[in-house]
Design a protein around this ligand. Structure first.
Ligand code: GYE
Length: 339
């Protein structure tokens, strides 16, 4: 049942869209009334995206926009430009706008309790996508759909155990460590925390592996390059780069090649996302393992939005299907990635 306040809000919203239709389309009155009637009945979802920091993110945005259009869902979209305060403002504007559902990618895990309480007071269900949040009251959001970052980190650790099994076996006699450099994602984001924890969980019983450097490149290619310049100056005995996303990896590869270091050979590289450029690097022997993180969640998100708009329950936790690509695979079988 839509309460009067939200009904008025939706009338405002329809008026807003009618105004836009009249201003920009100039189409015949009949079409406008049909359009406005259709818009009156369609679901309105407010979507707060964190920014455009990587190829993965841009693909995720396209997936959401295309899925909303295909299902006739009105998408009120906001790009927070990597600032949590912009996301909170956007969520508040969605509440004022009386959208039917709010969906958002929380740039970091904390700081959402108050604005989600405001959404609940307004009777607007919230879907968390891609990254997770930490709130005192779990009922402040309906559910999560996104990547299992802990599993991604574990897969990275399992690959390294296999890749270095011979050196590991000799550790007791040689005392030779396997030195890991970590390019950390955005500080405080659930995906960076999960990827880091997953790797450490798998390697914690293998003292021959040690992380000698870990800094945040904020999922940015430019910062991946800057950090690589720094750690290549600091260390000459790096065995592995574990990078939380392909963007930072590509920056690090650029820095390595400038110094005459052969990525994938002199230093083993494990990277996460599986954007096309990373798969190309895997095929070129510059990367040794690519862990997929699926950005094409738009269709699943919109299915959940429709359920929430209809007052239905949704799963609390829904992980997307993802796989791992190894240097030993038949890489000709990998389909074009689309991002
Ligand atoms: O790995 C990275 C993007 O939240 C899973 O954010 C996403 C991460 C992804 O910038 O490329």
């Amino acid at each position: 049942m839509i309460n009067n306040k939200r009904h008025l809000g939706k009338q405002f919203c329809s008026f807003f869209f009618i105004v836009i239709t009249i201003c920009f389309s100039g189409c015949a009155a009949k079409n406008e009334s049909t359009t406005s009637q259709k818009e009156n009945d369609s679901i309105i979802v407010g979507f707060s995206q964190i920014g455009a920091e990587s190829a993965w993110r841009n693909c995720n945005t396209r997936s959401v926009q295309e899925a909303a259009a295909e299902r006739g869902i009105q998408l009120v979209y906001d790009n927070a430009e990597q600032k949590q305060e912009n996301q909170i403002k956007a969520l508040r504007s969605f509440i004022a706008y009386q959208v039917d559902v709010i969906a958002f990618v929380p740039i970091v895990t904390g700081g959402w309790d108050n604005v989600l309480q405001e959404a609940r007071d307004a009777g607007i269900p919230v879907l968390v996508t891609d990254r997770k949040i930490e709130v005192a009251d779990q009922s402040l959001y309906a559910g999560f759909i996104g990547t299992d970052s802990l599993k991604e980190g574990r897969n990275a650790g399992l690959f390294l155990l296999e890749k270095f099994k011979n050196k590991s076996a000799r550790f007791a006699e040689t005392g030779e460590f396997i030195n890991i450099v970590e390019l950390f994602g955005t500080e405080g984001s659930s995906v960076a925390i999960g990827r880091a924890d997953g790797l450490r969980e798998v390697l914690k019983s293998h003292p021959e592996f040690r992380i000698i450097y870990s800094k945040s490149g904020d999922f940015l290619r430019s910062k991946g390059y800057e950090l690589a310049v720094e750690f290549l100056e600091m260390y000459d005995d790096i065995d592995v780069i574990f990078s939380h996303n392909d963007g930072m990896t590509l920056g690090a590869i650029e820095a390595m090649e400038e110094k005459g270091i052969h990525p994938g050979k002199d230093i083993v590289i494990v990277t996460i996302d599986a954007q096309q450029a990373a798969i190309d690097a895997l095929r070129g022997g510059k990367v040794n393992c690519v862990i997929e993180c699926n950005p094409k969640t738009g269709p699943e998100i919109m299915k959940l939005v429709e359920k929430l708009a209809a007052g239905e329950k949704i799963p609390r936790l829904q992980y997307v299907q993802e796989e791992v690509f190894y240097e030993t695979d038949d890489l000709s079988l990998i389909a074009p990635r689309g991002y």
